[in-house]
Design a protein around this ligand. Sequence first.
Ligand SMILES: Nc1ncnc2c1ncn2[C@@H]1O[C@H](COP(=O)(O)OP(=O)(O)O)[C@@H](O)[C@H]1O
Ligand SMILES: [Mg+2]
Length: 275
Amino acid sequence: MDASLQPIISLRNVGKSFKDGQVRALENISFDVRPGEFVSLVGPSGCGKTTLLRLINGLIPADEGEILVLGAAPVPGPDLAMVFQSARLMPWLSVAGNIEFVLRLKGLGASERPKRARALLGAVGLRDFADAFPHELSGGMQQRVGLARALAVEPKVLLMDEPFAALDAMTREVLRKELLQLWARRGMAVVFVTHDIDEAVLLSQRVVMLRPRPGRVDDIVDVEFPEPRWQNDPRTLPAFKQMREYLWGRIHDMVRDGAELEELAGAFGDLDRAS
Ligand SMILES: Nc1ncnc2c1ncn2[C@@H]1O[C@H](COP(=O)(O)OP(=O)(O)O)[C@@H](O)[C@H]1O
Ligand SMILES: [Mg+2]
């Protein structure tokens, strides 16, 4: 079989508990991610999104089921890169220094590192800030550096945990577009965690909706809009509206099934948006 058709991430009946089984974070999670695919994980807080990313990254082991990344049990390393809600840069290093640090771990020679770091910073629109220090940058710029650092390892899989959630709306909009462009150019698979349904539908080719307590897969929907989406904004399409209404409907079902309304509303913003 053609290796490119094999999933790059495969989860089968994955379960995970904390506190000696008292907290059942995830149960019976099964889905695949294809090479180069952009998949979003959506769900209210506490439904296990971060735990799922940490399992895929090999940072914590699953209690049940099987996780394969590139055909083997996941181990943290250069095939996988993680981006968090805040960039977590090293404050004592310049912006370029933060990138060069990763390039050194990757084994790049001292003479190549500055050039490569600058190219990566150029790709995220920060060419002129190579010598700045993290505290001199806005939150959005720091997130860009975090993205450049993740891309520096040339990962086959980019794992992103609510990367834009702490940014203002305009910065978020710009970075979404840049992420789509980087994804199109580099072709890595992206697993993008968000609690923003519109963001999930806007960016991804597939949305995995999770429901809480314990975290389970509620539904998986394919999103097929004309590409590239940074040129053809799908948000004006009737199909976009239908999809978001469907997903909001799933959230209302979760409420009916006993999840507390306030908890869900807190995680998703105003529930009335769906009606
Ligand atoms: N290290 C941990 N120890 C104990 N409980 C945890 C730990 N990590 C996550 N949990 C619990 O697992 C559930 C899922 O958490 P998490 O994956 O952070 O959800 P999300 O990212 O969707 O908000 C929550 O009930 C959380 O309290
Ligand atoms: Mg989380």
